[in-house]
Design a binder for this molecule. Sequence first.
Ligand code: LLP
Length: 437
Amino acid sequence: PRSAFRNADGVLEVGGVAVTELAEDYQTPLFVYDEDDFRSRCAQMHEAFGPYGRVHYASKAFLCGEVARWVQDEGLSLDVCTGGELALALHAGFPAERIALHGNNKSEDELDAALAAGVGDVVLDSMVEIERLDRLAGERGTVADVLIRITPGVEAHTHEFIATAHEDQKFGFAIAGGAAMEAIRAVFATENLRLVGLHSHIGSQIFEIDGFELAAHRVLGLLAEVVEEFGVEKTKQIELLDLGGGLGIAYLPDDDPLPVSTLAQALAQIVRRESEQLGLPMPKIAVEPGRAIAGPAGITLYRVGTIKDVALEGKTARRYVSVDGGMSDNIRTVLYDAEYDVRLVSRTSEAQAVVCRVVGKHCESGDIVVRDCWLPADLAPGDLLAIGATGAYCYSMSSRYNLVPRPAVVAVQGGRSRPILRRETVEDFLSLEVVNE
Ligand code: LLP
């Protein structure tokens, strides 16, 4: 986070609060969000993209009531992709008309809850959903604004599991082969759906603009065909080009993500140029960043529990540093080979740095938090480690594996901390038990 500094004692402070104090007050592992950092990233997105359209914060990166209020305050809209995320956003008082519902398998209940709440729009992902939402909207006597998720066939340069616009995957309707056009025809043929935009999301943790450019080019090309087929009058409500999320962040000191304002201007320029060439009016542009807002705003604090040097054949030993969390609060290392920056933060050390592997406490050898890193040779049980940029897709993808309770989440700002999600307890687990007489 932007507010992370070492104080005179060599202890890291975030938002003006020493991590030693946070660990004392809330225990570890602990997610710490710098509220000003999170809010300023929202504001920056709003400022950069606002003139061209709108920004949705992607809830999946991390959502709780407090975060929903930050997003709302900063003027952003919200993407949800399940009934759970929708319910949480509504519970937090997020205005329904600023919520968009995503997902590739929205149940009748989820779609109906969205209609009942009056969400802004629904992004449709299959023929089944088109039929389903049309019927449900008809039953409620309402017309739903929808976008169609398009697969533009772009290979984003990112990990296979988070790349989404190549054709052989579950999301969207491919332009190639005509599926997208068929879906659009199907929406036009309904009574209760109104097509307001086209959507594409090419993947996540992207550092180059060319993937977005190609996606915009292809989706606008499709839009031109739609206008050709249905005429200007019937298609003029298709105002929104949603280019999804995916803006990469720095996980390691040398990572160099695109500045948000550069991205916004470049995308607007591309969309303007392409629209002009196709004789289309300039659409509004929507983006859906999750990671770029939440990621850098959060860190994880762990306490070192054990340290073990394991002899390796023909090489020096490998030092395993075990912390009090692991793959239950950060699955990203295991799942995507994600890399993180880890630091000793409860003190400084003059000791030589040695190669370490930071591992968790789960019963699995793959339970690695940071595969290879340098930590001081005098690292000892009780020291605090911080992992940077864990604000996105760590808590939200957390599990209860080995019945390790989910960590607490705190917000820091102006020298104060406050809990925003309490730590799970064993009682929480026990409360799920069903007693059959
Ligand atoms: N919009 C849509 C339709 C998405 O599917 C996603 C992410 C986003 C927006 C937000 O993408 P972002 O700006 O956060 O990159 N668990 C993975 C990331 C999966 C992203 C899935 N969809 C990870 O930890 O890297």
